[in-house]
Write a protein that binds this ligand. Structure first.
Ligand code: PGA
Length: 258
């Protein structure tokens, strides 16, 4: 896996935003897979700032979001649609028809997931998938389990995942939906390239497992070891366990391979 370590989350976000904008310039029809949560917030801020300075053009780009809650109206501030609108979409010139979400309000959720997968195929596949990681190793809402669903599907959320999202519901756990829709691990692994971002000390253990542990559905992110073009972007805190064990040496975002 390729690992890049930055001194803090802002330098990580700034470098990743510059990388995304450079890719957009080379490939205006870029298909981006996007993530929500706390981790990518500085990335979206950096992308919005670059756009504000006229550095980027999203007119022909397409996006697919990793996951969405079941049963929340897109206008609900806790929905991932609302998150994306606030954090990125209202700041850039993406065409609304090229923005894709799993439809948590579809009368038939399974058929909605199948439609989402067809849209990914029709767009030519995802060029760059941005991922966060749960402290338990989940990617999207693919939670640790004996078996994983390959394609987009409905999931019952773990208490840990609901707690992690409570911040987007005014801290009220009871308001966090119990179910969500998520890209599957195959949807994610079919992306041509993947950047997993992790920041903060609470991600250090799971990053060590993801990078050095066995490939197991008990740590869904460990499956990324099987992907041919994945980079793990970390701040010093999330990299602290790898550092302590002498497993990585790079600094300042330099690429470290292991
Ligand atoms: P976080 O979530 O960025 O809020 O830590 C990441 C994830 O659960 O994928």
């Amino acid at each position: 896996m390729k690992i890049r370590i930055f001194s803090n989350e802002d330098s990580l976000a700034a470098a990743l935003a510059r990388g995304i904008v450079a890719r957009l310039q080379k490939q205006p029809r870029l298909v981006l897979g996007l993530a929500t949560g706390r981790t990518p917030l500085p990335l979206y801020r950096a992308l919005a700032a670059l756009h504000d300075r006229g550095a980027s053009d999203y007119a022909q780009a397409t996006t697919f979001n990793l996951d969405e809650f079941v049963g929340l109206d897109p206008s609900h501030p806790g929905s991932y649609r609302a998150y994306m609108r606030e954090q990125l979409f209202k700041h850039v010139n993406l065409a609304p028809r090229r923005i894709h979400f799993l439809d948590g309000l579809a009368p038939d959720l399974g058929a909605g997931c199948a439609r989402f997968e067809s849209s990914v195929l029709k767009a030519g596949g995802i060029d760059l998938q941005i991922l966060g990681i749960g402290a338990n190793g989940h990617i999207g809402f693919n939670e640790p389990a004996p078996v994983l669903s390959p394609w987009s599907h409905r999931v019952k959320l773990t208490l840990a995942s609901r707690k992690a999202n409570a911040g987007f519901f005014d801290g009220k756990l009871r308001d966090v939906p119990r179910e969500a829709l998520s890209m599957g691990v195959a949807t994610i692994m079919h992306a041509r390239s993947i950047v997993l971002m992790a920041t903060g000390r609470e991600k250090a253990d799971v990053i060590e497992k993801t990078v050095t542990g066995p490939v197991t559905t008990r740590v869904p992110a460990s499956l990324l070891q099987l992907h041919h073009d994945v980079e793990i972007w970390l701040d010093e805190s999330a990299a602290s366990k790898l550092r302590r064990e002498g497993l990585v040496a790079g600094r300042g975002g330099r690429l470290h391979e292991r």
